[in-house]
Each structure stands twice: as C-alpha cells, then as structure tokens.
Design a protein around this ligand. Structure first.
Ligand SMILES: Nc1nc2c(ncn2[C@@H]2O[C@H](COP(=O)(O)OP(=O)(O)O)[C@@H](O)[C@H]2O)c(=O)[nH]1
Ligand SMILES: [Mg+2]
Length: 303
C-alpha cells in the first residue's frame, strides 16, 4: 500500500510497558492549519487521563499542503506520536493500513479537526478494553449528544442514517461520526472484507460488524462542526448510494459473513440464515451499557 513511517515512530505513551492498549489514528488530508493544535490537545488529554498506554498515529494520504512536514515534526517532538504516509488518497485506506498493522489491543480514529469533544474518548474505548464490545462509535443522533452544525449537514446526516435503516436494516444511530474505535482482533477480522477505501469505509465496517453480530457500543458526543471540509458532497452521496447498493446485493447473496472462529466475544451465536441476512441486532442494550462504565480501572491497570 505504499506507506512509510517517519523517522521517529512507534513510541508508546509510557515507557516500560510492553503492551500497547490503545492506538488513536488521526487521518489527515491537507490539515496543516489545525494538525499541530489538534495533536497537541489529544496528546495532553491522553497524558492527563492516564489511559494505561497509548500511541497517536498521524496517517497522511498524499496531502498537497505541508501536513506531512508538520506530522514529522510532531512525531519528533512528542513522545507517543508517530506519522505514517500513504501515497494514495482515501480515509478508509489510511485507517485500514494503520489498524491492520497495529500492535494495540484497541484501535481508534478521530477527525483531525477534533469536532468531537475529547471527553467521549474514554467512554469510547473502555468497553472495548474490557472486552464488552467489539466496536464503538460516537453518535450525534441520540439523546445526550450535543451538536452544533448547519441545517444542511443535519438533514443529510439524518437522511443517510434513515436510508441505512431502510436499505440495510442498520441499527446504528450515526454511521458517519468521525470518532470510532474497535477491538483490534475484531478490526483485523472485518477489515479484509471492507472494500471501500474512501468515505463509505465507516458504514461498510459497521454493517459488516452488525451482520456478524458484533456488539457496537454507542457514545453520545458533543460535536461542533468545522465548516472546513474535505468532503465533496455530490460525489460522496454517489459513493454512499453505490456502497449501500453493493452491500445490499452482497448480503442478499449471503456474503459478508466471517468464519465462526474469527468472531469476537459476543459473537458466539450461530449465524442467521441467509434468507434474513440483515436482520441482526447491533447491541441489545446500548443505552444501558452506555452510562454504566466505571472508568477507574483504566488507571494504573496493566492493560
Ligand atoms: N488519511 C486521509 N484522511 C483524509 C482523507 N480525506 C479526508 N481525510 C480526513 O478525514 C477527516 C474528516 O474530514 P473532514 O473534512 O473533517 O470531514 P467532515 O467533518 O465530514 O467535513 C479529516 O481528518 C480529514 O483530514 C484522505 O484521503 N486520507
Ligand atoms: Mg470535519
């Protein structure tokens, strides 16, 4: 996939810890205006919140501004930060590349503009570290979320998620929030099935997880939209519609199932029959679980 690492890479957040519990990826395309500030904020947050050990990976795809130079400098300056460069564009491509090769137990990503309040990060990863869930997503579309964004984006977002419910029986409230995490084992099982290297990556990953009965934990987030966007609305809508159609056909043909042995902790139920490929619960009690986490155990644990 044509990736290279910066000179100073792969340092964990705390020294002397053999295992790396969490790797947070920041996918980057032309983000030089915000990258330094965002990585510094995330770095400070992780250091202050004592998340056992962690790594931040800046994953740049072919930026044409000086994002890559900024990324290299940040990796040299900050312990626990590394930079990865890929030659070809695509946020999904970057996440696949880093997540597939991660040494961490939990992989996460967040958009470079840090639209999501970082307070949601520990609730996002805690159930994954505890083995209670396979995937975790930030959501802007449930009670408890606080969202500031324009009407057009709000309508598009709600419409898209409604379409997913109709077309793919989605039980995910917000497939597109740029704030997600997965147990690495679950990610490694699912990622080879994900065809999209672009914006549809998130939806495809989630629908495949749901199809394989992997629990998806939802965390309501505080979100302040950054109007500086890399998304070209028209082509992205076309990409999404094509993706939904592709998944419908694939699932209808019985595809998208993992072998039983690669399923996660909550995937031991026998697979459903191919006649009802999409009718699978995402998380039987997402709202109960959402607020019941005790995060204290993260501190000083040897995870
Ligand atoms: N690695 C990588 N990241 C990308 C690419 N395109 C967009 N991104 C990143 O994806 C994230 C979300 O993009 P953004 O423009 O904020 O999307 P929006 O919030 O939906 O408007 C940001 O961190 C972008 O830099 C790409 O081709 N490669
Ligand atoms: Mg954004």
């Amino acid at each position: 996939m044509g990736s290279r690492l910066s000179a100073s890479t792969a340092r964990s957040g705390r020294s002397g810890r053999p295992a790396l519990p969490v790797e947070v990826v920041i996918p980057v395309y032309n983000e030089s205006a915000v990258l330094r500030d965002s990585v510094n904020r995330l770095h400070r947050y992780l250091a202050e919140h004592q998340l056992a050990a962690w790594q931040i990976t800046i994953a740049d795809n072919a930026s044409t501004d000086d994002s890559w130079q900024v990324a290299i400098r940040l990796a040299a300056e900050l312990p626990g930060v590394r930079a990865v460069h890929l030659d070809r564009k695509g946020r999904g491509r970057a996440l696949k590349e880093v997540w597939l090769h991660s040494q961490a137990r939990v992989v996460a990503y967040m958009d470079a503009d840090l639209s999501t309040d970082l307070a949601a990060l520990l609730p996002l990863v805690a159930p994954l570290l505890a083995g209670e869930s396979d995937l975790a997503i930030g959501t802007r579309l449930v009670a408890g979320a606080r969202v500031r964004r324009g009407l057009r984006r709000e309508v598009l977002s709600r419409g898209y998620n409604r379409l997913l419910r109709l077309a793919l029986h989605s039980r995910v409230s917000d497939a597109q929030c740029g704030f997600k995490a997965a147990r690495s084992e679950a990610a490694r099982a699912l990622l080879p099935l994900v065809e999209s290297d672009g914006w549809f990556f998130d939806t495809e990953l989630l629908m495949l997880a749901q199809r394989n009965r992997m629990p998806i934990h939802e965390v309501p987030v505080a979100w302040v939209d950054d109007p500086d966007s890399r998304v070209a609305i028209g082509p992205t809508i076309v990409e999404d519609l094509r993706g939904i159609w592709r998944l419908r056909r694939a699932f209808g043909a019985g595809k998208g199932r993992l072998p039983a042995s690669t399923s996660g902790p909550a995937t031991s139920d026998p697979p459903r029959s191919p006649e009802r490929p999409d009718d699978q619960p995402t998380d039987p009690e997402p709202s109960d679980r959402r607020f019941s986490l005790n995060l204290n155990w993260l501190e000083g644990s040897d995870l």
